[in-house]
Design a protein around this ligand. Sequence first.
Ligand code: GDP
Ligand code: MG
Length: 369
Amino acid sequence: PETISIGDLANRMAERAVDVIKFLMKQGQLLKATDVIDADMAQLIAEEMGHTVRRVAESDVEEGLFDTRESEGELVTRPPVVTIMGHVDHGKTSLLDAIRKTSVVSGEAGGITQHIGAYQVEQNGQKITFIDTPGHAAFTAMRSRGAKSTDIVILVVAADDGVMPQTIEAINHARAAGVPVIVAINKIDKPSADPTRVRTELLQHEVFVESMGGETLDVEVSAKTGQNLDRLLETILLQAEVLDLKADPNRTADGVVIEAKLDKGRGPVATVLVQRGTLRPGDIVVAGSEWGRVRALLNDRGIAMTDAAPSMPVEVLGFQGAPAAGDRFAVVENEARAREIADYRARQKREKAVARQTTARGSLAEMMN
Ligand code: GDP
Ligand code: MG
């Protein structure tokens, strides 16, 4: 059951807590600001104090949003979404750059490469989406918010350095998220490269590559010379085929925020990954405690799009404020609904922050005792 403290209730009514307490005293009830009452009781008090009550339960607000039970229409194959992880200096950035340079989605010449946090490439007419924010932090941030943003993890291991602490960290992240790993043994152009050693070291962390009798796909690459990059992309497509990735493009869109910022000229800009449905200009979106009407959708070349299908990363202009990386986004039916959800979440966020502060103060007080 929902509950609220007298203090919070006073806040919501824009009354002073003492006035609520005095009011209750007159009714013969002795309560403190920190005392917690249930929603029915709160409604009664509010109405008696002359306030109009509109109860918004979490279930009301979130209903229909991100509802995986919503019946899907025809499911269509979608591109895989890939995140590159690995130890520092093993070549994550170099690999992302090299792949992007060699395999830009065709038919979009003229666009200037924009770093929007994700991009799409094409291999043999099939698309692959790369999340372009290497580093485990982004991946963890999204996961901690329950957003599954990645279908495949590319684990980059430098052939001249082998398995290192962050390699192991990446293996653990991927495993915890239940995401399959493809090992990219990088820097094979170096004379000191020893790919066999990498495979053997991976065994110790229960990553069994094919040549060692396991099922994990691995490719020897060089981000520097470009060697085998096409093979890496083909391997990703092979893994994607096994995963049988599908989504319904004909429903209201939802997905996840990859990154967001406040741009001086353009206002709040969010890069989102569409996961289901098709996002279009004019759609009303909510992400975390922010909402907006989509003014424009831009792809990773800065080109305005009329729609963004599943697995497509796009920059969204039109948010009222910048949402946070890892926030889920969804299209809702109208502005009123968007406002309601965003307000509700903003309030929850504030309450959580206050609760944290109170706990911190409480423990500080305990320490001083
Ligand atoms: P990150 O920290 O994982 O993003 O690694 P970077 O992409 O920044 O690469 C670290 C260093 O390794 C840079 O000096 C790169 O030029 C170099 N490097 C990356 N890939 C290769 C490669 O395939 N061969 C060689 N020889 N050097 C590479
Ligand atoms: Mg880097």
